[in-house]
Design a protein around this ligand. Structure first.
Ligand code: SF4
Ligand code: SF4
Length: 241
């Protein structure tokens, strides 16, 4: 969630959160936009940061994916500057491309190492504040959340359950009435079922189009990230009538 700062000065992240009425419990990080351009985890909430009128404080909790969070920060910084210096402009493009791929299930081994190599060079060589800020943000996020980001590549999961490409669709046995609406809506032959049987989604055929979830009148279709509900391997008679 974004909060706008209305006065310039220096304060700790805890003080800023308190002044905005934000409860810090449950937060896993806070991004403070320029001039601080700092990505701060709870252990650093007592660190002083510089803010200006219009600085944005963005909070993240367990449901926020840090790869996606970093991608959005990088994009905002890239488009906030007209500077075309090699390390700021090209470096930002490279970092954004890598993060977009990671969030789209196209991440490659070595992506994190590449970002780790590129980021310090951006901090020292970029000519604009935004280019330097991208480098700093990458370093700070990778220091705190490398495992979460790496899981997208090595385990093919988004631990926060937020990146759409990693979501899986499931039909809950407790809610399905076997009405068949999802079966009719799916254009990818990804659903098995017959009347009054709990329908089953075949994950390898599913393209995450979301149509089954939209048409189900019972709320029986759900998405899942790392924790998936237990579902039968093939249709079984419905418990619900
Ligand atoms: S999300 Fe789309 S492709 Fe996947 S099961 Fe549902 S309707 Fe079919
Ligand atoms: S998942 Fe929903 S739409 Fe599909 S058969 Fe069950 S109740 Fe009907």
């Amino acid at each position: 969630m974004d909060y706008a700062i209305t006065t310039a000065g220096t304060a700790t992240v805890s003080e800023l959160l308190s002044s905005l009425g934000v409860d810090p419990s449950g937060l896993k990080a806070v991004w403070v936009s320029l001039p601080a351009a700092a990505f701060v985890t709870p252990s650093g909430f007592d660190t002083q940061v510089e803010v200006a009128e219009g600085t944005v404080l963005r909070t993240y909790d367990a449901k926020n994916c840090m790869a996606d969070a970093l991608f959005n920060i990088v994009q905002e910084l890239r488009f906030a500057t007209e500077c075309t210096c090699t390390f700021g402009h090209e470096g930002g493009y490279q970092i954004a491309t890598i993060l977009k791929d990671i969030c789209s299930k196209k991440g490659k081994p070595g992506d994190l190492a590449l970002m780790r190599d590129l980021a310090p060079v951006m901090v020292s060589q970029a000519l604009c504040d935004e280019g330097k800020a991208i480098g700093r943000a990458v370093i700070q996020v990778l220091d705190a959340f490398a495992d979460e980001i790496e899981a997208h590549i090595t385990k093919k999961v988004c631990p926060a359950g937020s990146c759409r490409a990693f979501q899986t669709y499931h039909v809950l046995v407790s809610k399905c009435t076997g009405c068949g609406k999802c079966l009719k809506a799916c254009q990818d032959d990804a659903i098995l079922g017959k009347p009054k049987f709990v329908h089953v989604i075949v994950q390898k055929n599913c393209t995450q189009c979301n149509k089954c979830l939209e048409v189900c009148p019972e709320g029986a279709v759900v998405t899942a990230g790392a924790d998936k509900p237990k579902t039968p391997p093939k249709p079984i008679p419905c418990k619900r009538k």
